[in-house]
Design a protein around this ligand. Structure first.
Ligand SMILES: [Ca+2]
Length: 406
């Protein structure tokens, strides 16, 4: 269970209860007692999505927001002429929103619906639900999804594949990158990480305190400048500072280096949660364990869950921002591929190469939390600041075309 965010008010609560009891004693009148509030619960629903036979799995668990679910096997579910390839958050399928049966999903503030995804049975090329990061040619998206300027940005990489594609993309995002300073990030954040609209427009969009994908709700709010870390603060919600999504202690740590102040991999976050995360790897924690430490938006520091492929302490952002962090890490791995200051750490080999367990987890995170309007706007704003882009936001397919582990 999460720590109570009202823990700090216990003394006041105790006083008020004492006063109420005293009042009751004096008046001799016992009013009706409101029942304890029922915790909000969330459901996980499976839909057959055109299945022709079998039974759709049913999950009757009433999940609380910090619980974890394991996606069911298809069981007897079948569709004539098709293979089951996974559960999809979209009824129309697509690799970017697919999760394999057996995937671990955190229930965070929402009901979840998963549609069976079917692929026409092909006896010559049997279905492989795990898209391998290998072959395939990078092609221009000629729809109107991307502006011509963005399409042109990648012009030299179209038609390439594999290691050649990786090298060309690294060259593209390195050439023209005009690194800002670590101090300059305070100003950059005001254009890259501001809430775009609504009651909190212009305030800090902090993924460690936000509770909604559109930024409209949060555990607490920061105002640029006013709440900028000034060296003090002891509890959540007082100050924001600069969070390296890929902890800087693993790449030298000198504040005048390019990766230390790369706007694509730093965001404004609550100072206390930033300190809690420290330089632990991102990961997925064990299910609701008492030893886990939850922040106010239910980000969590705890022991890695069984089966993750890593056995240490990890920090788990909430689900709606996992894809954001995954794509920031993909950027970091590509931009600094081969950079000798990037050392061995819990999630990477020297040269910013993702370890297989981490690569697998981030691919799942990216698939489960597709590119959002927030990331697209942020990519444009960071480009305006330092003149390079995160290719994995523009072209999510690149995750399937590049191998970031070697
Ligand atoms: Ca997201």
């Amino acid at each position: 269970m999460p720590q109570s965010r009202f823990a700090g008010f216990r003394p006041l609560t105790t006083i008020l209860i004492g006063l109420a009891l005293t009042s009751l004693f004096l008046t001799g009148c016992i009013p009706a007692v409101d029942p304890a509030p029922t915790p909000t619960t969330y459901s996980l629903t499976y839909i057959g999505n055109g299945h022709s036979a079998g039974t759709v799995p049913v999950d009757t668990t009433a999940y609380e927001s910090e619980d974890r679910a394991t996606l069911a096997a298809p069981g007897s579910l079948t569709k004539s002429g098709y293979d089951f390839i996974g559960w999809n958050t979209s009824a129309t399928g697509g690799a970017s929103t697919r999760l394999l049966a057996g995937s671990s999903v955190r229930i965070t503030f929402r009901d979840l619906t998963f549609y069976a995804e079917w692929q026409a049975d092909d006896p010559v090329d049997p279905v492989d639900p795990v898209d391998p990061p290998v072959d395939g040619t990078f092609t221009e998206d000629t729809s109107n999804r991307l502006s011509m300027a963005i399409r042109d940005y990648y012009r030299a990489a179209y038609g390439l594949s594999g290691a050649v594609l990786k090298a060309k993309l690294q060259q593209i995002i390195t050439t023209g990158h005009t690194p800002g300073t670590y101090t300059g990030l305070w100003t950059m954040f005001q254009t890259t990480d501001a809430i775009p609209s609504g009651a909190h427009a212009g305030q800090v969009w902090d993924m460690y305190s936000s509770t909604s994908a559109d930024g409209s709700t949060a555990a607490y709010w920061f105002t640029f400048g006013t709440n900028q870390d000034s060296g003090s603060g002891t509890t959540e919600g007082q100050y924001y500072n600069r969070e390296h999504t890929w902890p800087n202690s693993t790449f030298g740590g000198a504040s005048n280096t390019t990766p230390y102040a790369d706007g694509h991999s730093l965001t404004p976050t609550d100072k206390i949660v930033n300190n809690l995360r420290s330089n632990y790897s991102y990961g997925e924690v064990v299910d609701g364990a008492a030893e886990n430490t939850y922040t106010q938006n239910l980000s969590c520091l705890g022991t890695a869950r069984p089966g993750l492929g890593y056995g240490g302490t990890v920090f788990e952002p909430i689900d709606i921002y996992k894809g954001d962090h995954a794509r920031m890490h993909f950027y970091q791995s590509l931009r600094y591929y081969g950079n000798s200051t990037f050392l061995t750490c819990a999630w990477a080999a020297p040269g910013a190469k993702l370890l297989p367990w981490y690569d697998t987890m981030l691919r799942t995170w990216a698939a489960n939390d597709p590119v959002s309007a927030k990331e697209i706007a942020r990519n444009n704003a960071v480009q305006a600041y330092q003149h390079n882009r995160n290719p994995f936001i523009d072209y999510p397919i690149l995750i399937e075309l590049l191998d970031l582990t070697e």
